[in-house]
Design a protein around this ligand. Structure first.
Ligand SMILES: [Zn+2]
Ligand SMILES: [Zn+2]
Ligand SMILES: [Zn+2]
Ligand SMILES: [Zn+2]
Ligand SMILES: [Zn+2]
Length: 311
């Protein structure tokens, strides 16, 4: 009879496994440390997998200052990329501690970290810059109460030319979730801007619609008249289709089963609820309650279906 090898008869993990470690998201990396002792030891001694730390779902809601400092210490002061997405529990104190002990950080993504204040972020960037280190990318959208002066201070410290932001790479709404941490950008950048419509510091989007590209509008900015794409603006000023990022002012819309907006073009291509004919954007497609092969109910219809079947 062939016996499968017991746990301790298994040899150490194959060397090739160690090559992939630096590319794993934090959640998987932490799971690996639970797999076996040799992994745990290898990960403890190897700083390479810990240089770029990306925290997103599902770890984000549980990620606290203590956890942050502990995980970051694995890089032994050589962190390069810190991406914390929607880590509500992180506070200024935790952030400052990490910045103080990791002078090599060049990309700092803090989108939706609502426990941070803009004062804390400025303090962190100041600390980093004072030691003669430069941040290349900073993302702060979703942090509350950012004023124009704060934005200008950050641009100044990072050496960002604000006019370059506008002429530079286009920022499209539908690609905003792609983690740009590993995109190579030659200019230092920040993810927010002054919205030309409302003047608030928010993420400002360009329009991918061909008919919008030529439509310019004169706008007053910093005592200068500048030409601006007429539908450039934050999401509150210019609502956009979740799937393709076009402005939706003159657009016919399709009914969405989630809270997002879908232009008719995108709606036509997406699968729809068998009962109410609403579509989920791809981001929320996991909410589909499958019905039979090829069909689904939206969570609203499926809730009502189960309620009525009780009677
Ligand atoms: Zn706006
Ligand atoms: Zn669309
Ligand atoms: Zn447009
Ligand atoms: Zn439905
Ligand atoms: Zn959606």
């Amino acid at each position: 009879m062939i016996k499968s090898p017991s746990h301790d008869q298994l040899g150490p993990p194959h060397e090739a496994m160690f090559l992939i470690l630096p590319y794993l998201p934090l959640f998987e990396l932490l799971s690996m440390t639970q797999v076996c002792k040799s992994f745990r030891d290898a990960l403890k001694d190897d700083i390479l997998p810990w240089l770029n730390i990306i925290v997103e779902k599902p770890l984000n809601t549980r990620f606290s200052d203590d956890f942050l400092v502990k995980i970051m210490s694995n890089a032994k002061g050589r962190l390069r990329v810190v991406a914390l997405k929607n880590c509500f529990k992180i506070t200024d104190e935790g952030l400052l501690q990490v910045i103080a002990s990791n002078p090599l950080i060049s990309k700092l993504y803090l989108q939706g970290c609502r426990g941070l204040t803009i004062e804390g972020v400025i303090e962190a960037v100041k600390l980093h810059t004072k030691a003669n280190h430069k941040l290349k990318n900073l993302a702060i959208s979703g942090i509350y109460n950012v004023k124009t002066e704060d934005f200008e201070t950050l641009c100044y410290m990072m050496g960002i030319n604000q006019m370059q932001i506008k002429q530079g790479k286009k920022n499209y709404y539908h690609t905003r979730r792609e983690l740009s941490s590993f995109k190579r950008e030659s200019q230092p950048s920040i993810d927010v801007d002054i919205c030309p419509k409302c003047g608030e510091i928010r993420e400002v989007f360009d329009c991918p619609k061909d008919s919008c590209k030529g439509r310019m509008q004169q706008q007053q900015q910093q005592q200068k008249q500048v030409l601006m794409e007429c539908c450039r603006g934050c999401f509150l000023c210019v609502p956009r289709c979740e799937e393709c990022g076009v402005c939706t002012k003159d657009e016919e819309l399709g009914e969405a089963a989630c809270a997002d907006i879908l232009c008719l073009n995108c709606w036509l291509k997406l699968p729809k609820c068998s009962f109410c004919n609403k579509a989920y954007c791809n981001q929320h497609a996991y909410d589909q309650q499958s019905l039979y092969p090829g069909g689904f109910l939206c969570s609203h219809c499926s809730f009502h279906a189960t309620q009525s079947s009780h009677y």
